[in-house]
Design a protein around this ligand. Structure first.
Ligand code: C5P
Length: 412
């Protein structure tokens, strides 16, 4: 890849220190960085640290006449191959969504036709506020890419979504962007959202409820979609697998985290729900490890988890154009899958036999091979009977390749 330049806009948030690490990570990937520090950003990191790391002047003020003579804000934003806003505060995102331009950062963002990637970082309540979510949806519709935020402890002491993504994750998303734009491929311009792996539902700090899913099938589909040129967001429960090349990864533990991460990743052209989501979670998570001496586990009461596939397939305004579900069954596979397809409102469903009688040696869950029944159907034609196709036993990579070919054919 020829050397690329990123214009990094550092907004005002405690996470700004991570942007300094990001500069290093990008340089290690042969990406040069030029930076703008907003007035609020300069409260958290100094222009001196930024310019020492980028090896260039750090741009801070719209009305600096020397810079305007040397390099106008329009030139500054257009000279970059990608603009990255990190941390993207609620305020910066609101300005972007509404086209405000009252300082150097917002003016550059408005004056450019270069692609933009935002990395939100804010308090959990600000993130979930309807106004921020509206602005986020606006930005996504304008073609802005989004990385994160993560869920976790926040500097303000609260817990939840709003932590800025880690520098490695952001650097990977930036590299993926450059790879996507160079690679081309039949799914270029399509955003594919994929869930994979099991979910872990905590009982106490050390124990959890889970299932045997390895995540292999979902990861193979993610890799095949990326290879076909799609922008891929893989939302994965805990697995031991390596992140496929060219895939933006969101790691979660529980079904509810997976649900929120899927909603945050919308809009997507295609949604593929491969995860073996735990249907139930312990009603309460014990704060301390439950001790045998103190009466042990007793009864674990369960609450139902959200059905992610069904929720996204019935989303009022952001339903992906093509929604694909999986159905792991142990008997009456075809008929259960057909019923499930209707019940969950998905367009296609892929059913597999996870019973001990399955023809796959070693079993499907956790194994390398799969044998599936593919049930398609015409888009928007719920009444027509789907024609099930039984695919022979094959590797999970081959199932992925065949599915991706179907997706490519579907979009013509
Ligand atoms: O109902 P069942 O678990 O058999 O449905 C399987 C399909 O639904 C899979 O595509 C799985 O990823 C999805 N699913 C989900 N959320 C759940 C349960 C299942 O997305 N809570």
């Amino acid at each position: 890849m020829s050397q690329k330049t990123v214009l990094l806009i550092i907004g005002g948030g405690i996470a700004a220190y991570k942007s300094l690490l990001l500069i290093r990570k990008l340089q290690q990937r042969n990406i040069s960085v030029r930076a703008i520090l907003t007035r609020a950003g300069a409260q958290f990191v100094t222009p001196l640290s930024v310019s020492a790391l980028t090896g260039e002047k750090c741009f801070t003020d719209l009305f600096d006449l020397t810079d305007e003579a040397e390099m106008g804000h329009i030139e500054l934003s257009r000279a970059a191959d990608l603009i990255v806003v990190a941390p993207a505060t609620a305020d910066l995102m609101a300005k972007m969504a509404h086209g405000l331009a009252d300082d150097l950062a917002s003016t550059c963002l408005l004056a450019t036709d270069t692609d933009i990637l935002v990395v939100p970082a804010m308090n959990v309540r600000m993130w979930h506020h309807a106004a921020t979510q509206r602005n986020l949806a606006h930005l996504r519709q304008d073609g802005v890419r989004v990385v994160g935020p993560d869920e976790g402890e926040m500097a303000c002491g609260e817990f939840g979504f709003g932590r800025m993504a880690e520098p490695d994750e952001i650097a990977r998303a930036i590299t993926n962007y450059f790879a996507d734009t160079q690679r081309g491929g039949p799914l270029l311009g399509k955003h594919v959202l994929i869930t994979a792996g099991p979910t872990h539902e905590p009982i106490d700090p050390v124990r959890y409820l889970a299932n045997r899913s390895s995540g292999l099938q979902g990861y193979a589909i993610a890799a095949a979609c990326a290879e076909a040129g799609a922008q891929v967001t893989l939302i994965s429960g805990p697995t031991n697998l390596t992140v496929p090349e060219g895939v933006d990864m969101v790691r979660v533990q529980t079904a509810r985290e997976m649900m929120r991460a899927c909603e945050a990743a919308l809009p997507a052209t295609v949604g593929i729900f491969c995860a073996a989501v735990a249907d139930y979670r312990p009603k309460q998570k014990a704060v301390e490890k439950i001790k045998k001496e103190k009466g042990g586990m007793g009864e674990i009461k369960l609450s139902e988890n959200p059905d992610i596939l069904k929720t996204i397939a019935n989303h009022p305004d952001l339903r992906p154009e093509l929604v694909i579900g999986f159905a792991a069954e142990t008997e009456a596979i075809k008929s259960h899958a057909v019923t499930k397809k209707k019940r969950k409102n998905c367009d296609w469903i892929i059913a597999n036999d996870v019973s001990s009688q399955s023809a796959i040696v070693g079993g499907v869950m956790g194994g390398m091979e799969n044998q599936v029944i593919f049930i398609g159907g015409e888009q928007g034609d719920g009444k027509r009977d789907p024609k099930p196709e039984s695919w022979p036993p094959m590797s999970k990579q081959q199932v992925a390749a065949r599915l991706v070919q179907k997706i490519i054919d579907h979009f013509g």
